[in-house]
Design a protein around this ligand. Structure first.
Ligand code: MSP
Length: 653
């Protein structure tokens, strides 16, 4: 059986500096890659950057540089993405950039192949168009019927585009998701099936003509390939699929696991396998959708000014402490709440107290009582058995957790043993044994048992904190070559007359209160300025002539009934008195902001002469007017309400 292990992170958008959330996923992938290498697997660990798309094109334009210059700077520049991974000691075997020539030409060939097969076809993209943003949206992408980017009105529009026959693969995708453990954790399966597959998979628009920064469709170069096709196939082009740069598809594909954040599970568990099915390629063995890190209970975002900078934390507390904290504290499959306090407390409790203290005390005692080298004589004691059996069983308990990607639990197993070892010191009281020369062999046995326990723990901590684990192994006099996966399940590997090397304290204790204050000040000073608390959409630059404006028929309408539209999380259905004597039905995407019952009886404003359109199979005849703004990064909406003294049907002008 092959012992290859192919693991990937998502490829990151180089549109901004990466933050602790991105670092979280990469560190987890790195720990898994190192764990598998320790087990003797032939690991391929891929990461990279996803460099195309409208957002990058716009950012580059605003910065006055070309898109290529823009991404080069964020990826390769000083303090950029590659520098961050170097700092975090990320051991990726490969780094792909979607602007790499070999990838670009491979994407063109892949697109063409699916086109020739008939799985990509040319059609019309009928949707909504936001003129200020020059972007197309589907109905479901709109936020309250408005452009999700600028919040302004969109118009009905159509554009020539290529489509991927996603619908053709719906049954197979459902089977894939429900029939095994392709997608984990299991909760994500329900999410995908209920939210995306059951409502019906539509064909996917896979080309764009509204911007240029992408892989051109080589047989129709007005179009660029949809960024997600470009991005997802990185996992294969990086091995040499449809290119000559590498030749490792047979060796490593299919991927053993793609680690991805929860919001991109949809792309990885529906679109990606469907495209692979179309290309008749083996599917990845697993997609693991991890949770998000929030900061002080809030989503991290640039506009809130609360993104946590991994550089700052790594420089202040050490790379390994940060790596450790991320995987020790948050269960990988769920969301976690990052706080400075939690970080410092974890460093103090686990690293300074439990681990650091055990190592420094043990080494110091061997140094003090034996001049640094243990004699070979042994006298066993009753209390030894439990420690030895726990340390001997640790590797397998840890493996069970790690194989489920339960990093937090794997580490918890190690810390159970470390805390048992600390207790063992209290039970054996080496400082009392040391008082009597007759106890020398017993004291040496106690020290040896402690050193062995530390060896096993440090070996298994290695994937999480490689440098510190090496330092610990160095301090306890372990020969690194002997610290193998096999030996992690054996007690008694260190030579009987092992010699320790007293060294620096690895994890100094931090004064919580003082540090918190300082850290908060530094973070506040370094944080990008939060955007103003209230954001109002910019006013339209384009003038509308008076006559056109007057064509819009604004009327006061009274809400007779209002109810949620079944299966829609956004829409409310209004039955309105518009003064004509016949009820008017309008659907509005405002369910997030109002409870239906609170609107009954209110007098609202509607445009009543828009052509009727269908939403969720229901006709909507007109549009309700509301005010939209953003507060602290959160979208707010208020329906325009007028005095109830105004009769239904009154014209507003
Ligand atoms: N470019 C796409 C991925 C394409 S993969 C074929 C992308 N890039 S991203 O830079 O926006 O995000 C990369 C990863 O970082 C995603 O998995 C995302 O979930 C993760 N995270 C971004 N913010 C995060 C947190 N606050 N917490 C945890 N992970 C987060 O999506």
């Amino acid at each position: 059986m092959s012992n290859k292990f192919y693991i990937t992170t998502p490829i990151y958008y180089p549109s901004d500096k990466l933050h602790i959330g991105h670092t979280y996923c990469t560190v987890a992938t790195d720990a898994m890659a190192r764990y598998k290498r320790m087990q003797g697997c032939d690991v391929m660990f891929l990461t990279g950057t996803d460099e195309h798309g409208q957002k990058i094109e716009e950012k580059a334009k605003n910065a006055g540089v070309t898109p290529q210059q823009f991404v080069d700077n964020i990826v390769d520049g000083n303090g950029g993405i590659k520098d961050l991974w170097k700092l975090m000691n990320i051991s990726n075997d490969r780094f792909i950039r979607t602007t790499d020539d070999y990838h670009v030409s491979a994407i063109q060939a892949i697109f063409k192949k699916m086109y020739e097969k008939g799985d990509i076809y040319k059609g019309k993209y009928v949707g909504k168009y936001s003129t200020p943003c020059e972007s197309f949206w589907t109905e479901s992408q709109l936020v309250d019927g408005k452009c999700p980017d600028c919040g302004r009105d969109v118009i009905d529009a159509e554009e020539e585009a290529y489509f991927f026959r996603l619908s053709k693969y719906a049954d197979r995708i459902l089977e894939l998701l429900e029939g095994g453990d392709f997608l984990e954790p299991a909760s994500r399966v329900n999410e995908m099936v209920n939210n995306f597959i059951k409502p019906g998979l539509e064909d996917l628009c896979v080309s764009r003509t509204s911007f240029k920064w992408g892989v051109p469709v080589d047989f129709d170069d007005k179009h660029v390939v949809y960024v997600w096709i470009d991005a997802l196939f990185n996992y294969m082009t990086a091995l040499g699929f449809m290119n000559d740069k590498y030749d490792e598809v047979d060796k490593y594909w299919p991927a053993d696991v793609h680690f991805v954040g929860k919001e991109i599970v949809r792309f990885h568990s529906i679109i990606w396998p469907a495209m692979l099915m179309s290309m008749e390629l083996p599917l990845p063995k697993k997609v693991y959708g991890h949770g998000w890190l929030n900061f002080n209970g809030e989503k991290m975002s640039k506009s809130r000014g609360n993104v946590v900078d991994p550089y700052l934390l790594a420089q202040r507390y050490g790379v390994d402490s940060l790596r450790f904290f991320l995987l020790r504290t948050f269960p990988f499959g769920s969301d976690g709440n990052f706080t400075n306090e939690l970080l410092i407390q974890t460093i103090n409790t686990d690293l300074a107290n439990s681990l650091g203290n055990l190592v420094s005390r043990t080494v110091a005692m061997v140094d003090k009582y034996f001049g640094g080298q243990l004699p070979a004589e042994r006298v066993e004691g009753e209390v030894d058995a439990e420690l030895i059996s726990m340390a001997s069983a640790l590797r397998d308990a840890y493996q069970t957790q790690m194989d489920k990607y339960a990093f937090q639990n794997g580490l918890a197993e190690i810390f159970k043993v470390l805390s048992r070892a600390n207790k063992y010191i209290d039970e054996t009281t080496p400082w009392i044994l040391a008082k009597d020369e007759a106890n020398k062999a017993r004291l040496a046995t106690v020290m040896y048992n402690l050193l062995e326990t530390i060896r096993v723990c440090a070996s298994l901590l290695h994937p999480f904190m490689p440098e510190s684990a090496d330092k610990i192994l160095g301090q306890i006099g372990a020969d690194k070559a002997a610290c193998t996966w096999d030996n992690a399940a054996v007690f008694g590997v260190l030579p009987a007359n092992v010699k320790v090397n007293k060294g620096e304290a690895l994890f100094p204790r931090i004064d919580l209160e003082k540090e918190l204050k300082e850290l908060e000040e530094i973070q506040a000073a370094a944080a990008p300025k939060a955007e103003p608390a209230i954001e109002i959409a910019p006013q339209a630059e384009e003038n509308v002539d008076f006559e056109t404006f007057c064509k819009s028929d604004f009327r006061a309408v009274k809400v007779k009934a209002c109810e949620a539209v079944p299966k829609s999380s956004k829409l409310l259905k209004f039955t309105l008195d518009d003064g004509t004597g016949t009820d008017r039905q309008i659907l509005s995407g405002i369910a997030k902001y109002y409870k239906p019952e609170e609107l009954v009886g209110k007098t609202l404003v509607a445009i009543v002469n828009l052509p009727p359109r269908k939403m969720m199979g229901l006709a909507s005849c007109g549009m309700l007017i509301s005010a939209v703004h953003s507060e602290g990064g959160e979208e707010k909406l208020n329906l325009l309400m007028v005095s109830d003294a105004i009769p239904a049907g009154a014209k507003l002008c």
